[in-house]
Design a protein. Structure first.
Lengths: 193, 108
């Protein structure tokens, strides 16, 4: 289905002037070559070779869709080979790259994510409800900040999105340990009675 | 005259109508949570978290002076964060490594 869509789009864009697909081709044998040299070729052979009923329906055709697609893909392949280095260099020199503080600020904030991940193994009594709750709201606000600051900082955005996830999970662990989300526990207790 | 100054503050590019104001304002919550945790026993503090708080505070103090718009609110809050982080780390390190007088646990 996708291939059909691509072909339709291709022909709409490039092939709109051409209304029929490419003709059938056939290698001529020695007999037919001789006949052609003599100018003696029957009309019907040419037409039937082209898959047409009359000469007026034969027009020059564009190269086939397959051929063009392969050509374009090979060009893209060469472009890709050259652009790995180029994109790395572009990142290193970019206004939010590792030579600027716009990079290292978010890197420091990944520390919160790492701290949260390390603390996942610890018992929930060691989690500070104040700190974790503050972190959840903080990360939500800073996702918006990262979007609106100049220059726009996607690294910071991703950092705070992951921090939000980690801190919400830690908050749920703390809440469960302190009896705030205790519904399931009560149900299991009544069921066991 | 006072109203025009207030208006200038209200309409500032890092003012109360923008995220540039509320994000740092809320970041004070982290420093306040840390200050509240001053009364927590040092065993319950988390090294990774306090190191993250301190490093964030220090690096962001620099970051907030180079972004557009320049954000002194953010600067002050990160200085405070670094301060509370350093205090908590000091408390925990003192408790773990320097308090020989008390019955210290396995850490020496």
């Amino acid at each position: 289905m996708a291939l059909i869509q691509r072909r339709v789009r291709f022909w709409f864009k490039f092939g709109a002037r051409w209304s029929v697909p490419s003709p059938v081709t056939k290698m001529e044998n020695s007999e037919e070559r001789q006949q052609r040299a003599e100018g003696n070729l029957p009309r019907s052979w040419v037409l039937s070779a082209c898959g047409r009923s009359s000469p007026s329906s034969i027009r020059a055709r564009p190269p086939s869709f397959q051929f063009l697609q392969r050509l374009l893909r090979s060009q893209r392949y060469f472009k890709l080979q050259f652009s790995y280095m180029a994109s790395l260099r572009a990142f290193l020199n970019s206004p939010v790259g590792p030579k600027t503080t716009h990079f290292w600020g978010p890197v420091a904030n990944w520390g919160f994510v790492l701290a949260g991940l390390v603390d996942m193994k610890k018992p929930p009594e060691m989690i500070s409800g104040n700190m974790t709750g503050a972190m959840c709201i903080y990360s939500a606000l800073f996702m918006r900040f990262a979007w609106m600051v100049q220059p726009r900082n996607y690294l910071l955005l991703v950092c705070h999105a992951s921090n939000e996830t980690v801190q919400l999970y830690q908050l749920s662990r703390w809440a469960r340990a302190n009896g705030y989300l205790g519904q399931k526990k009560e149900e299991t207790e009544t069921a066991s009675e | 005259m006072a109203t025009s100054k207030l208006q200038a503050l209200w309409n500032h590019p890092a003012g109360p109508k923008t995220i540039h104001f509320w994000a740092p304002t809320f970041k004070w919550g982290i420093s306040i949570a840390n200050i509240v945790d001053f009364s927590k026993p040092p065993e319950k503090l988390s090294y990774p978290q306090q190191i993250a708080v301190t490093a964030t505070g220090l690096i962001w103090s620099r970051y907030s002076t180079v972004i557009t718009p320049k954000n002194w609110n953010l600067f002050s809050v990160n200085v405070a964060m670094a301060g509370t982080g350093i205090t908590q780390l000091t408390r925990k390190i003192q408790h773990d490594y320097f308090s020989e007088g008390e019955a210290a646990p396995a850490k020496e």
